[in-house]
Write a protein that binds this ligand. Structure first.
Ligand code: ZN
Length: 115
């Protein structure tokens, strides 16, 4: 997942998802846009698009002439009350993890055992 605010004083958030993001969400995982990365900018509209993978997104941004935005793009970091799932590297509230794994990962484990 990659997200961008269009220009300065903008009100549009571009949210670019990969097929992997969508598969994760189908599996029950939640994707977060980190408020720190948005630097308290406000937006009123969200444009959501689907892409094959992260490379395709970066290529599209470069072709649109915004390649200089890419190096500064930070990955979300867990807050104090949050933790990173050992299974899928997803960030979630720490109390929602069981033995360092989120419910979606446990469900996949349970399904694999059941089949
Ligand atoms: Zn997980």
């Amino acid at each position: 997942m990659l997200f961008l605010l269009a220009g300065e004083n903008t009100d549009i958030l571009f949210l670019m998802l990969t097929r992997q993001d969508v598969n994760d969400m189908r599996g029950g995982r939640t994707k977060f846009v980190d408020g720190k990365v948005l630097k308290n900018n406000k937006f009123e509209k969200v444009v959501v698009s689907l892409h094959e993978n992260q490379t395709e997104i970066e290529e599209m941004i470069r072709q649109a002439g915004h390649g200089k935005l890419l190096p500064g793009m930070e990955s979300p970091v867990a807050e104090k009350t949050q933790a990173v799932c050992q299974g899928c590297a997803g960030i979630t509230e720490a109390y929602l993890l069981l033995e360092s794994r989120c419910i979606a990962c446990w469900r996949e484990t349970a399904r694999a055992m059941g089949s």
